[in-house]
Design a protein. Structure first.
Length: 87
């Protein structure tokens, strides 16, 4: 399991849309490297997929996510994957 750096955590916090405050978390257990997850109605989803063609995808409407929220989560996880999955 890889642990996220303080710099990367601060980057996420500083750029996070206000609509996601208190709803997102970073988890390294699910994928073996840091990924952003979302909490909704007592359930948590690490590295959610918003692609309707993938099994287990997350519907943004069901999670009250706007397009900017989806973009942030997706872009952040892509960045974290490129940094931590290869190292």
């Amino acid at each position: 399991m890889k642990i996220i750096s303080a710099v990367d955590l601060e980057t996420i916090r500083a750029s996070m849309p206000v609509t996601l405050e208190g709803r997102v978390f970073v988890d390294s257990l699910d994928c073996g490297f840091p990924q952003l997850g979302i909490s909704h109605q007592g359930r948590t989803f690490t590295a959610p997929s918003f692609n309707v063609t993938e099994p287990g995808y997350v519907d943004p409407v069901d999670f009250n996510l706007c397009p900017e929220d989806v973009q942030f989560i997706t872009a952040t996880n892509d960045r974290l994957t490129s940094i931590y999955a290869a190292t």
